[in-house]
Design a protein around this ligand. Structure first.
Ligand SMILES: [Fe+2]
Length: 159
């Protein structure tokens, strides 16, 4: 019987590089998931309901995309670190304001969170192009989706 390996036809260097680019994506999307819920719970204002609902979409998508990026790394045979302590230590997202906040402020703060995630996602899109097309495809899918969520939020505060 032949040995079964974690990932067939993908070099150790490639797997390591995929982990290098996708691990920060998992961290920032997990942070966005947690902080997005905080925003969802505390938004206030005349347009409360659509913003409250939209923030839940952002949260759901961030969670799905964190899973997508994490499972790409795991599928290639490396572990991923999505522990709360790791996410808290590594995220570059700014602290959200505590407590109830007007919707415009909430939207600005969540867009700041999204922009932090988009920066590491774009670095993954660019870096993975030379590394592994399937992993780059994961990053591209996430980037496209998160840019759309950013637009949906931005449209509430744009002139
Ligand atoms: Fe809710």
């Amino acid at each position: 019987m032949t040995d079964v390996v974690a990932s067939k036809g993908v070099s150790t260097e490639t797997v390591s590089s995929v982990e290098h680019y996708l691990a920060p994506v998992v961290v920032e999307l997990t942070a966005l998931h947690v902080n997005g819920k905080q925003a969802h719970w505390h938004v206030r204002g005349l347009n409360f309901e659509p913003v409250h609902e939209l923030l839940d979409d952002v949260v759901d998508h961030a969670r799905e995309w964190a899973d997508l990026a994490a499972e790409r790394v795991v599928a290639l045979g490396l572990p991923i670190d999505g522990r709360l302590s790791t996410v808290a230590a590594q995220t570059k997202t700014p602290e959200l304001s505590a407590g109830f906040q007007p919707s415009e402020k909430v939207i600005h703060e969540v867009i700041e969170q999204i922009d932090v995630a988009l920066a590491v996602i774009h670095a993954a899109v660019e870096g993975l192009g030379e590394v592994d097309a399937s992993s780059q495809d994961v990053a591209i899918e996430i980037e496209r989706g998160l840019q759309k969520d950013r637009w949906f939020l931005f449209a509430h505060v744009a002139a």
